[in-house]
Ligand binder design. Structure first.
Ligand code: IYR
Length: 222
């Protein structure tokens, strides 16, 4: 017989309306300062910060609370070098034939290319793997649900946590990502989902001068 979880009282602090608004504004302004940069410093970052960011990501809601994520944190310079080499090999194929012209055109304003120095400059690379299904130690499988959505939400919380602690990251999807399972020795149920170099920005880090869509372009009230 499948048992239910015991149900316990929700821990919830009701905030006064003024404080809610104050916090809403402050959090928006903080998050609106977040930028993705491709220019990282080689300065080390304490491991404890990355641990807290991953703990925060692990608070994400997930389908049936199956928590279908694994975070592999790479700090070893030789392993980072191998990841960069394999990612650049894939990206070379992407930029020189695999990506159709309209995709290349969409990327052109951002100035991206197959060179990924951030993968060796950043002190850490966090690779998020999505567990497509559950795998017990005896090899038996169990269905997992909404794993893409769950991992997307977890990645969002990780990015917010990193920004909040004063670090920068870059969301990288060096498609196809199968090489990461080999290099990082992951089990058959895990698929690389997102590669995120994490660190401090380089002193001369640059970002494209992009604008975000205003509220009235992204929300409709009915
Ligand atoms: N994965 C490639 C290409 C790329 C695709 C998109 I969509 C981007 O927003 C940025 C890059 C790369 O990382 O260069």
């Amino acid at each position: 017989m499948t048992k239910t979880y015991p149900f316990i009282p929700l821990q919830f602090t009701r905030l006064p309306a003024t404080q809610s608004l104050e916090r809403a504004r402050a959090f928006y302004h903080e998050m609106n300062c977040r930028r993705t940069t491709r220019h990282f410093s080689t300065e080390p970052v304490p491991r404890e910060l990355i641990e807290y960011a991953i703990r925060t990501a692990g608070t994400a809601p997930s389908g049936a609370h199956q928590q279908p994520w694994t975070f592999v944190v790479v700090g070893d310079p030789e392993l980072k070098r191998r990841i960069r080499e394999a990612a650049e090999a894939q990206e070379h194929l992407n930029y020189h034939g695999r990506m159709p012209p309209d995709w290349l055109e969409a990327l052109a304003p951002l100035g991206t290319d197959e060179h990924k120095p951030h993968l060796t400059d950043a002190p850490w690379i966090v690779v998020l793997f999505r567990q497509a299904y559950g795998l017990a130690p005896d090899g038996s499988r169990r269905s997992f649900y909404y794993t893409q959505e769950s991992c997307g939400i977890a990645a969002g919380l990780l990015i917010a946590a990193l920004h909040h602690m004063g670090l920068v990251t870059l969301t990288h999807t060096p498609s196809p990502m199968g090489f990461l399972s080999d290099l990082l020795g992951r089990p058959e149920n895990e698929r690389a989902f997102l590669v995120m170099p994490v660190g401090y920005p380089a002193a001369d880090a640059k970002v494209p001068d992009i604008k975000r869509k205003p509220l009235d372009a992204i929300a409709w009230w009915k």
